[in-house]
Design a protein around this ligand. Structure first.
Ligand code: CP
Ligand code: NVA
Length: 305
């Protein structure tokens, strides 16, 4: 049984195939619609955290492909509380043909996959956001017409989105850099396989503390919230430390080329990025949001058709 939980479990060729499929499904959708490839199939969407894009895009993916999506909110099944994660996985597997889950502990989505007999998709965990990274890759590819040799710089908190972005960059021959305050870096456990994969594909991985130095020569500047879901108790400390890492006009002026600006959203305008940048000509943030639809259709078709 194949799952989509962590991009390190997929080969670069497989991910390339998924992106090709996403491009094809997007073209098809734009020129009249997709055939009902998932007719008669249902996806359970388990959410332990709030969501706009993940929830709506997955539901629309299933609808466009002739299938059905079922929303299960945080108060409904009590994942691991009312019932064990293993039993939730076993029961859902008798009703639906796929499970997408947004969880806190990464191990919870792993445990769902261990005990499910249908494919499980990670719709964000505390450690990773692989579906976002695939939509981001599609967005970068559409903008530049290639990925090899591009330089992607992630500015801000070394979080789940940064981790999956680094993985996808390495798979697709891009160089990846982070600019974080000391103590906010991606873990070495996360970075070292990314480094190994990047070097196989001709990319490099660098870590900086100085954002102005990091962004020089970037093709892509990426940022995300300074306070991820579940970290609210630590918000004041994180915001204070991350203030010098705002993506604003001054930072963009330091790049030396017209990099695109990316953010997975939701954005906290005035914190991690300014309004003028979010709404400016270099921003592709809403293309990224749209591409969730197309990238996830490819994942669903690959796993469930
Ligand atoms: N980018 C993203 O995953 O958005 P949501 O949290 O709204 O799903
Ligand atoms: N890093 C953010 C991403 C939200 C889509 C979080 O985990 O809350």
């Amino acid at each position: 049984m194949r799952h989509f939980i962590d991009l390190s479990e997929w080969s670069s060729d497989e991910l390339r195939h998924l992106i090709d499929l996403a491009v094809q499904l997007k073209q098809e959708w734009k020129s009249g619609g997709n055939p009902p490839i998932l007719a008669g199939k249902a996806l359970a969407m388990v959410f332990q955290k709030p969501s706009l894009r993940t929830r709506v895009s997955f539901e629309m993916c299933m609808q466009h492909l002739g299938g059905h999506a079922l929303m299960i909110g945080p108060d409904e099944i009590g994942l691991g509380k009312r019932e064990s994660i293993a039993d939730v996985a076993r029961v859902l597997s008798r009703y639906v043909q796929g499970i997408m889950a947004r969880v806190f502990a990464h191990d919870h989505v792993v445990q769902l996959a261990v005990h499910a007999s249908v494919p499980v998709i990670n719709g964000l965990s505390d450690d990773q956001h692989p579906c976002q990274a695939m939509a981001d890759l599609l967005t970068i590819y559409e903008h530049y017409g290639r990925t090899e040799g591009l330089r992607v710089v992630y500015v801000g908190d070394g979080n789940n989105v940064a981790a999956s972005l680094g993985q996808v960059a390495a798979h697709f021959g891009m160089s990846f850099a982070t600019a974080t305050p000391p103590g906010f870096e991606l873990s070495e456990a996360m970075l070292s396989p990314i480094r190994a994969l990047a070097s196989q594909h001709g990319g490099a991985v660098e870590t900086f503390h100085d954002p102005l130095e990091a962004v020089r020569g970037a093709d892509v500047i990426y940022t995300d919230t300074w306070v991820s879901m579940g970290q609210e108790v630590d918000a004041a400390r994180k915001i204070e430390a991350l203030r010098p890492y705002q993506v604003n006009a001054q930072l963009l002026a330091n790049v030396g080329k017209p990099a695109i600006v990316m953010h997975c959203l939701p954005a906290h305008r005035g914190l991690e990025l300014t309004d003028d940048v979010a709404d400016g000509p270099q921003s592709v943030i809403f293309d990224q949001a749209e591409n969730r639809l197309h990238a996830q259709k490819a994942i669903l078709v690959h796993l469930m058709a």
